[in-house]
Design a protein around this ligand. Sequence first.
Ligand code: PMP
Length: 337
Amino acid sequence: MRYAEHVSELVGGTPLVRLQSVTQGLSATILAKVEYLNPGGSVKDRIALAMIEAAEESGELRPGGTIVEPTSGNTGVGIALVAQRKGYRCVFVCPDKVSQDKRDVLRAYGAEVVVTPTAVPPDHPDSYYSVSDRLVREIEGAWKPNQYANAHGPASHYASTGPEIWADTEGRLTHLVAGVGTGGTITGTGRDLHDVSEGRVVVVGADPLGSVYSGGDGRPYLVEGVGEDFWPSAYDPAVPDRIVAVSDADSFAMTRRLAREEALLVGGSCGMAVEAALRVARELEDADPAAAAQAVIVVILPDGGRGYLSKIFNDSWMRSYGFLAADEGATVADIVR
Ligand code: PMP
C-alpha cells in the first residue's frame, strides 16, 4: 500500500503542465509549476515545513511550543498544517481588512486568530506588528517564524523547488519566471537553477507595478501575495537577472484566462507571473524565432483561485475597478432575461 502518514508529508513534488492556449502565436514551451497542488493549497507549505523543522533543530521551538506569525494567508495555512502534525499551538495575527473567509480557514485548521485594526500606525500598541511582538514576548515557549527574514524559506526552495524543476525539464529549461513577495521563492529557486545550470538559466522576477522590486515606491496595487513597500532580507536582489512589472489589470485579465482557457483556477499572482512569462516569450520570438522555439520557460503558479472568487472572478468587483468593460462578461442570463 502506498500512502502518507500525514498530509504534511505531501508537501512539494508538484507537477509541470504546458500552457496551450494563452501561449498562441509563441513557439517557446511554457510550463506552469502548479503549487496549489500542495496540501495546504500553496507554495507556502514548503517554507512552513522548512522553517518549523529548522526551529526544532536549533531549539527555538520546543515540544508544546506556540507559533506566532503575522499572516493572513497562505503561510498561515502551511504553518497550521505542519503545526497540527507536530502538536504546536498556532496564533496568527491578521489586520481587520483580511476577509472573514481567510480567518475562518485558519481557524478551521485549529489555529487561533487575533484581529488587529488596520487603521493605526505600525508603532501603535494595537498594530499588527506590535500585537504579534507582544504575543511572542508574553506567551511562554512562543516562536515567530518571520517569513520575511527567515533564511530557511529561500533555503527550502533551493533544496526542493529548484531541483524539482531541473529534474522535470531534464535540465532543458532556459528561463524561470516567479512572482516576488517575500522574495523567498525566486531567491531559493533561482539560485539553485543558476548554480546547477552554471548561470545559463535566466531568472525573471514578476512584480506588481508600483512595488519596490520593479523600482516603484510601494504604491498600492490589488494583486495579493506579491510586491512590497520594503526590502525583506529573504530576498536577494542579486538572483533575478531581470524584473518585469505587471499592472493589476493585466494580472487579473490573465488570471481569468488561465481559468477559462487552461482550466487552471489560480490566484492573481499566477496571472501576473504568466503575463511576465508571455512577455519574455514574445521578446524572444521577436528577436530570434529559431532560438525562441528552443526556449523552455517555467513559470511558478503560487496558489489556487478559490480564495479570489469574490474579487478577480467576480464581474462586478472587476467592473468596479475598471478592470472589465461594462459589456464584458455577458452570460446566458443576459440573453434569457
Ligand atoms: N503569490 C502568492 C499568492 C503568495 O502568497 C506569495 C507569498 N507571499 C507569493 C506569490 C510570493 O512568494 P514569495 O514570498 O516566496 O516571494
